[in-house]
Write a new protein. Structure first.
Length: 228
């Protein structure tokens, strides 16, 4: 399967990431408090997390992402944040030596080749917050295409998280509706949510002319907690 390229689709992605923005907003509401002054954002992309932090005063925000084109669209200055730093790094290669009040990752960790390797490197941190798509996302679409989601299940992800952190889990189903099949296809094509791959021409044709629904469903695991 051809992998979705955030670098190539960066400008399109920013127009089709309303779902990711909604998820980031919810994760921040669950995790932020007035004692948080420094944040590390894993998979910062074009800035869905930082754009939802406007009502919080911060000393330092570090956003890391493997796509330079996505980071080029990320806010560089905000009145409520004293210092914003962006680094073009794959979050699986980050060493986590520096201490942050909050490590957050919204709608990014499902892309990891080895999610658990990231969790086991996070030590001596005050707080973590994750939102991760599970294999129940796009379940109806996968059934229609007779395809299998490459994403991990809620149970697999929560089991890994429990090895390294304690805190609160929430399982949330989100239904996204569309006005047309073209809008649905653009969401899939540019939003990077088809489980790590692009839609083939054959599948796109079937979706455009045969897919019976104008909605897609997503299951998201939310976790807010601390290192064990």
């Amino acid at each position: 399967m051809k992998l979705f390229s955030f670098d190539k689709q960066a400008k399109n992605y920013i127009h089709y990431s309303s779902l990711q923005n909604e998820i980031a907003q919810y994760l921040i509401l669950k995790s932020m408090d007035i004692d948080i002054c420094s944040i590390l954002d894993l998979g910062a992309g074009s800035g869905n997390v930082i754009k939802n932090l406007k009502k919080y005063k911060l000393d330092y925000f570090l956003g890391i992402d493997h796509s330079p084109n996505m980071l080029s669209l990320h806010p560089k200055n905000m009145d409520n944040i004293a210092h914003i730093e962006l680094k073009n790094i794959d979050f699986e290669n980050y060493d986590f030596d520096a201490k942050f009040d909050l490590i957050i990752s919204s709608s990014s960790l499902h892309w990891a080749k080895n999610m658990e390797s990231i969790f086991c490197k996070i030590k001596h941190q005050n707080k973590v917050a994750f939102s991760i798509f599970t294999n129940k996302s796009l379940e109806t679409l996968h059934y229609f295409l007779d395809s299998i989601s490459p994403l991990k299940s809620y149970d697999e992800i929560s089991s890994m998280i429990n090895k390294y952190f304690f805190g609160e889990f929430e399982r949330k189903m989100i239904k996204k509706e569309f006005e047309s099949r073209d809008a649905l296809l653009n969401h899939l094509r540019y939003g990077g949510l088809l489980g790590g791959g692009n839609i083939s021409f054959e599948s796109k044709k079937r979706l455009k002319f045969e897919f019976p629904n104008l909605f897609l469903e997503y299951e998201v695991l939310f976790f807010v907690g601390r290192v064990r």
